[in-house]
Ligand binder design. Structure first.
Ligand SMILES: C[S@@+](CC[C@H](N)C(=O)[O-])C[C@H]1O[C@@H](n2cnc3c(N)ncnc32)[C@H](O)[C@@H]1O
Length: 483
């Protein structure tokens, strides 16, 4: 059985009864609980399915929940006798049928306290308290809405599932490393449909918390309910990693947080925040490290094709209007969009270099600005049109180490590869050194502003090897790419 932590969700309980009340003793009557705003304030309502038993209302603001045993808890709250203005404590004993149901309820309770009570205070004083979650602080609300609307659609989730290289590699990495999952607590960071949570359950996880912020959490609940032998060990938690509460820490995190060029979408930061919030010391992360690979490329056809898009603006007489003043801006605009597609590795003119991001140790803030010095030795005479990039991630299991690669020449994934253009191509001969910098600065629209500079050095007999011969650069928004 699985649960969402959404406000409207009703939990099924074995029974509920009030402490110190002669009229309501514990019984086997099935019961339920949910959060309600019907009275104007956030309340936890306990129902008993027998008609003679009235519902019990508990104000969430003052409620506290304690575990007495794996399947028994007590909810303590204040109640006041308004006629005499005295306060008393009330206790409600809750019996669960299973340990997992108890855990899910405690998890939901924490979430309700955190979110619903905040909403309750909003309705009372008319203002929301300032956000204290890292996601909302650094990401524009409009970007987050578009982003989670996108992932809330099954059609986009399907595209990821249809990427067999991606999904098959995750499956293989999890199943062949059963030893890392058997009897372990897992958190699935950005669970989407819950597919990775189901894989983790297949690998023998004791319990999986599938955290998903978009409406896809509802679909994850359905998928998990439809696979009950696995689903009984999965709890879907609807909310952002940065703000949800979980009832226990994880032995292992699983996630698919990669965007194009690895870092687009800024979900790696969420993955690292999940590590800091929920992973036990020495816990594992699947994937464990990521690498961005880079090499200069030469592709005259692609460069001309992109540049020619601007030719429209070279018309001196468009209905009597000279369009040429806009040609430079248009040319710059087309070449400033990185091209995302698959290319033949033969377009690379030098061996690649790599930038490693270790998910187990990097600080979240280190992902706000990524600065990669570039240094290549040309292996052929060529005209360099820009920098080609791709990435891979490693699942460092204790049994098998498996790479998921998006390299050119390897089976294509939905990430393809990325090629960034220089505004001016650079000419090189074999052995010539190419230096430069790839500087990426995160922005509030869940992507990066990228500054690319590449230079060639003098080369050949008698040349001053340190002198820059040619230099070219480009600046672009990684979010605005061309497919
Ligand atoms: C690339 S998809 C992967 C989905 C699924 N794990 C899979 O492999 O098919 C990333 C998912 O993470 C969710 N997500 C992104 N940022 C999140 C955050 N801060 N908290 C919770 N979920 C998040 C997205 O809504 C999306 O469904």
């Amino acid at each position: 059985m699985e649960f969402t932590v959404g406000q409207n969700h009703k939990f099924n309980l074995a029974s509920v009864s009030e402490l110190a009340s002669s009229s309501s003793r514990a019984s086997d009557t099935p019961a339920g609980a949910r959060v309600s705003f019907d009275s104007g304030a956030a309340e936890l309502r306990f129902y008993r399915e027998s008609k003679s038993n009235k519902a019990i209302y508990v104000p969430l603001r003052t409620a506290q929940l304690f575990k007495l045993s794996p399947v028994e808890s007590v909810c303590i709250t204040e109640s006041s006798d308004t006629s005499k203005e005295k306060s008393y404590s009330r206790g409600i004993t809750i019996q669960f049928r299973k340990d997992e149901e108890s855990r899910a309820f405690h998890c939901a309770f924490e979430q309700w306290k955190k979110e619903v009570v905040v909403q309750g205070s909003c309705s009372q004083n008319g203002t929301f308290p300032a956000s204290n979650n890292k996601f909302d602080d650094k990401i524009a609300a409009s970007s987050a809405k578009t982003y989670f609307d996108f992932y809330g659609q099954l059609t986009h989730q399907k595209n990821m599932l249809l990427d067999y290289v991606r999904t098959g590699t995750y499956y293989a990495a999890i199943i062949e490393n059963r030893a890392d999952f058997v009897g372990r607590v897992v958190v699935d960071v950005g669970a989407g449909t819950g597919i990775l949570s189901l894989f983790a359950a297949q690998a023998g996880a004791k319990h999986v918390y599938a955290v998903e912020a978009s409406e896809m959490a509802e679909c994850a609940c359905k998928l998990i309910a439809g696979n009950p032998s696995l689903g009984q060990r999965i709890t879907v938690v609807k909310g952002k990693i940065e703000e949800v509460e979980l009832p226990e820490k994880a032995d292992i995190l699983i996630s698919e947080p990669m965007g194009i060029l690895l870092v687009n979408e800024r979900m790696l930061e969420t993955y690292v925040i999940a590590r800091d919030r929920f992973l036990l010391p020495n816990g594992k992360m699947f994937p464990t490290i990521g690498r961005i690979h880079m090499a200069p490329f030469s592709d005259e056809y692609l460069y001309v094709e992109r540049a020619n898009e601007a030719l429209f603006w070279q018309q001196p007489n468009y209905y009597g209007v000279d369009l040429t003043p806009l040609y430079g801006s248009a040319f710059h605009g087309y070449l400033s969009k990185p091209v995302v597609n698959a290319f033949d590795p033969r377009v690379l003119v030098a061996p690649e270099i790599s930038h490693v991001i270790n998910f187990t140790s990097i600080k979240e803030e280190e992902l706000y600005e990524i600065d990669v010095p570039l240094k290549f030795i040309a292996s052929m005479r060529a005209r360099i049109h820009g920098l080609a990039c791709w990435f891979d991630v490693l699942f460092a299991g204790s049994v098998f180490q498996r790479w998921l690669t998006t390299a050119p020449g390897a089976p294509t994934t939905h990430w393809y590869q990325v090629r960034c253009f220089l505004l001016q191509p650079l000419d090189v001969v074999p052995g010539q050194e190419i230096t430069g910098r790839l500087h990426m600065v995160a922005h509030e629209s869940q992507s990066y502003t990228v500054h690319l500079t590449m230079s060639t050095k003098m080369c050949g007999p008698g040349a001053d090897q340190e002198r820059i011969l040619q230099s070219s650069s480009c600046k672009f928004d990684l979010r605005q790419y061309h497919y």
